[in-house]
Design a protein around this ligand. Sequence first.
Ligand SMILES: Nc1nc2c(ncn2[C@@H]2O[C@H](COP(=O)(O)OP(=O)(O)OP(=O)(O)O)[C@@H](O)[C@H]2O)c(=O)[nH]1
Length: 318
Amino acid sequence: MSWLERLRSGLSKTRQQINDTAGFLGNDVRDVFTNRLETVEDLEYALIAADVGRAATEEILEDVRRSEGRNLQDALMSALTLQLEPDARRAEFRKLGFAPQASRVSVDPRGHVVMVIGVNGVGKTTTIAKLGQYYQSRGRGVMFAAGDTFRAAAGAQLGEWGQRLGVPVVQGTDGGDPAAVAFDAASARRARGTDLLFVDTAGRLHNKHNLMEELKKVRRVVDKADPGEPSEVWLVLDAVTGQNGLQQAKKFHESTPLTGVIVTKLDGTSKGGILVPIVRELGVPIKFIGVGEGAGDLQPFDSAEFVRALFDVELPRS
Ligand SMILES: Nc1nc2c(ncn2[C@@H]2O[C@H](COP(=O)(O)OP(=O)(O)OP(=O)(O)O)[C@@H](O)[C@H]2O)c(=O)[nH]1
């Protein structure tokens, strides 16, 4: 399966919820809103069940209602795409009453170091491997730092990926100081002139104060070892955890300001709508989405493509 097929098949559960209101997706919006109010209610329920969130759901229904003369699916796709735009653009285009050309997020890290953080098991280590492959295949030099010194197997796991991809890995010692590994790795990156360093960190809960302080320390140390552009901090979020994951993300963001989010496991959830509140409430761009366990199953996030995959509509990439 191609990644797009995998995304489509992953989103089929989310789609199913929306399609349960279907039969009517081809109907004119005016017809639905005058004669089939139960469809509007079903749709509202489906959007909330897919974790789109209440505020966004209300805006979507309002935008759809205003799209008289279009069919329900088209109107819904435009309204959803709009919800995945940054705040200012969304407000502007809602006022104008039409959908913008979807904006593309830059996945080119500003500095040379990207810290990858998140709660346990969301897919950080795997995602770092995928990022390595992504940037390497685009001609960038890549290094990894095994900053997860807490889970004994994490360093070995990253080491294996490094070997497979031909990416050098700076290892720490089990139970050692993650900031020390990050410092060594950032210094080594600078000395070698490698383009990008991805720093793995141990999974942690947002409510563990000392662990959140540890992240801040890793960040400080990296910026000290490699002054210049500030490091990026990307949070990995498991789509399956839905609204709960979003609350965790907010806490991480308060503690160590995020510069990007990567949403994993979109291949196996009915909560595909969670991307909407991530964009709206966190205000941090989604950089990549993960749609499987293989090194190739990571793609830059493209809102229009995502919405098309959600509705299983095949259109050429713009
Ligand atoms: N289906 C699916 N599985 C994924 C995806 N990304 C990661 N995984 C799987 O999720 C599991 C956990 O991944 P890890 O990379 O070990 O997670 P981690 O966040 O580093 O874990 P800790 O170090 O324990 O915090 C592995 O089995 C991965 O293969 C994805 O996009 N889709």
